[in-house]
Design a protein around this ligand. Structure first.
Ligand SMILES: [Zn+2]
Length: 134
C-alpha cells in the first residue's frame, strides 16, 4: 500500500494542476493507481457457486479447503503457482549470476528464499482458485 502511494505521488505531484491536459493526466494516473490497488486486493469467487470467499493462505491447508457457501473442495491453481515461481526465480537468478557474478547455487538459494517470503503477500492473491478434481 505504501509502495503504491509512493508510485501515485511520484506521477501526480510534480505536475502543476493548471491546464485541462494535466488535469486529465492526473485523473488518468488516479485511475491507474486505483486499478493497481484493486489488482493487489483482488476478490476471489468460488468457481462452483460464484459467491465471494476469503481464501486461506496456502500454508494453512494441506490438499484443499472448503467453500464456506457450498462446501465444495477448492485449491489454488497449481499452474499459476508453477508459472509465478519459475518466472520469479529466473528473474532473480539470471541477473544475480550475469550482472553481479554471484555463484549460481547461492543465486538460486536467494531466489527460492525470496519467493517463499514474498509468496503469501504478492503472489498468492493472484493465483486462481479451482475445483480440486479439475
Ligand atoms: Zn462455493
Amino acid at each position: 500500500m505504501a509502495l503504491l502511494t509512493t508510485f501515485y505521488w511520484q506521477f501526480t505531484l510534480p505536475i502543476p494542476h493548471t491546464s485541462f491536459i494535466t488535469q486529465a493526466n492526473t485523473i488518468a494516473m488516479h485511475l491507474i493507481a486505483k486499478h493497481l490497488l484493486r489488482v493487489l486486493t483482488v476478490k476471489k469467487y468460488c468457481p462452483h457457486c460464484q459467491k465471494a470467499l476469503d481464501v486461506p493462505a496456502m500454508s494453512a491447508y494441506d490438499e484443499h479447503f472448503d467453500c464456506p457457501h457450498c462446501g465444495i473442495a477448492l485449491m489454488h491453481n497449481e499452474k499459476d503457482i508453477f508459472i509465478y515461481a519459475i518466472v520469479f526465480i529466473v528473474a532473480i537468478t539470471v541477473p544475480l549470476i550475469a550482472l553481479f557474478n554471484v555463484n549460481s547455487f547461492i543465486a538460486i538459494a536467494i531466489a527460492l528464499v525470496g519467493y517463499r517470503l514474498l509468496r503469501p503477500h504478492f503472489f498468492e492473491p493472484r493465483f486462481r482458485i479451482k475445483h480440486v478434481s479439475e
